[in-house]
Design a protein around this ligand. Sequence first.
Ligand code: YXS
Length: 262
Amino acid sequence: METSNLILTEVKNQTGIITLNNPEKKNALTSAMLNQIILSLQDLEKEKVRAVIIRAEKGVNVWSAGHDIDELPLNGIDPLGQEKPLERALNAIQVFPAPVIAMVEGSVWGGACDMAITCDMVIGSPDCTFAITPAKIGVPYNASGILHFINRLGLSHAKEMFFTGAPIDSEAALHFGIVNHIVENDKIEEFTFKLAEKISHNSPLSINVIKEQFRILTNAHPITPNAFEHIESLRRKVYCSDDYKEGINSFKEKRRPDFKGK
Ligand code: YXS
């Protein structure tokens, strides 16, 4: 097993396994961890694995606490720009030539929730929960991320998750379409590895081209340059706002945010 200090990577029976490994920070998605995930996917592609499982250590109570809030920029830079490690990691999952399966135990927050639903399938334990939190922190989420949720959950469930920012439990996650299956904690590893093994016996070329068509078709939402510029100007106002700074600072100061709408 190859270990960079924030993730563990191994290959078993043509399945790559990436284990998030920063428990001190609740597997918060730091730039360093995200860059290691991207490099690990590149290595696993070279090994021609037939599936990848992204997981945390067995039995964690937090799968990932989401984007590292300490790394959210406060200087008027887009926190979710396409060049950022989180967006590059989400793209790396989408273009990986084999199915990527998120095996989730514990709670999933913010950008990690986007990462889980960007995977091709999610297998959750009964204690898994999912929350998309930009509204709680004052972050203007981006169009590509919102589209991931619309595609996975449909409009009404996606809106409920974004507007409340509240965690949903495994039953709701199954109902909303976030998870494919809920499997008991003591059986989830075997279930997920068997799913990967089932995939590994099929044609990798066929699966690759089917996965790429899923990606192209689900992202096929042409918008005009005006619409794109409108979105970006609205988002800029938010990540340059006092509320955005208040959301981040309130987390760091461990207090409830006091949003003023400006
Ligand atoms: O106080 P110390 O120094 O020990 O550090 C604490 C937490 O501050 C830290 N930590 C984080 N640091 C940076 N970014 C994070 N996302 C983050 N989450 C946690 O880790 C240490 C242990 O956390 P603690 O004491 O709170 O553990 P706990 O078991 O009591 O609670 C676990 C959580 C996950 C429920 C709690 O840490 C939490 O609510 N974390 C924030 C979850 C969240 O809102 N994530 C969204 C991040 S922003 C994001 O993903 C996108 C930009 S967006 O907002 O757009 O979705």
